[in-house]
Ligand binder design. Structure first.
Ligand code: SF4
Length: 231
């Protein structure tokens, strides 16, 4: 359906490349996750791939800045790598990631994932989904951003956006929406990366719980804006 592509182009023209997935870099204020345009195209090394996967776990049920502080704490202590986390006491890991919330559970997930990652698993979606603590959104973040696999990430922002645009039901399931989007877009990994990041950006700037439609790049093609007279 043309409108899935049209919405992407509108968002991209408005916001430009988003530099996902943010990678840890030294900065004047210490270690920070940086959004750089080349992040989505560069060839990742093993460490960067693991860092993205760890970030995908840490951002479960919390916002990115909380996950970022947890990642920075692990990196600062030199343990943001699979070989350290795979053998560390869960309690010690938990102490570094308190900012991310659910830290005991996430410490357990990080340790289990580090052991899994040490075996150099192939980027097989079923295999990743069979690991404890990894749901579809986390796995798809990992596969798309760390392993360059052509999967479209769905999250609450994605459901909200496409249901407001009139392209899906508000109660659509993860896989229903994923299949629908992927069947209407060209298979383009770079576009999938940008599109998800752009949806998050627009959800922060305009398509919030209470939408701010005025000035939204999708205002004139949005069913919600038309029905509520917010255009
Ligand atoms: S026009 Fe309003 S409801 Fe539609 S996508 Fe933009 S902010 Fe969301």
């Amino acid at each position: 359906m043309y409108r899935f592509t049209q919405a992407y182009h509108r968002l991209y023209e408005s916001y430009g490349p988003q530099g996902w997935w943010p990678l840890i870099r030294e900065s004047r204020d210490g270690l920070k996750c940086r959004y750089e345009p080349e992040n989505s195209t560069k060839e990742l090394n093993r460490q960067e791939r693991f860092e993205i996967c760890a970030g995908a776990i840490l951002t479960q049920n919390t916002n990115w800045s909380n996950a970022e502080r947890a990642l920075a704490s692990l990196a600062q202590s030199g343990i943001l790598n699979p070989d350290s986390l795979a053998v560390m006491e869960q309690e010690l890991i938990a102490g570094h990631i308190r900012s991310s919330g659910y830290y005991n559970q996430k410490a357990k997930k990080l340790k289990a994932f580090a052991q899994f990652f040490q075996g150099n698993p192939p980027p097989d979606r079923k295999l990743f989904l069979s690991q404890w603590g990894l749901g579809p959104e986390t796995v798809d973040d990992m596969l798309l951003y760390a392993y360059d696999q052509p999967v479209f990430v769905i999250d609450a922002y994605t459901k909200r956006l496409f249901s407001r645009l009139g392209l899906c039901d508000a109660k659509v399931t993860y896989h229903e929406l994923q299949n629908k989007i992927m069947s209407h877009l060209e298979e383009d990994i770079l576009m999938y990366k940008e599109y998800h990041a752009l949806i998050v950006r627009n959800a922060k700037e305009h398509c919030r719980k209470l939408p701010e439609c005025r000035g939204c790049p999708l205002e004139d093609i949005c069913m919600h804006a038309r029905l509520t007279g917010e255009t």
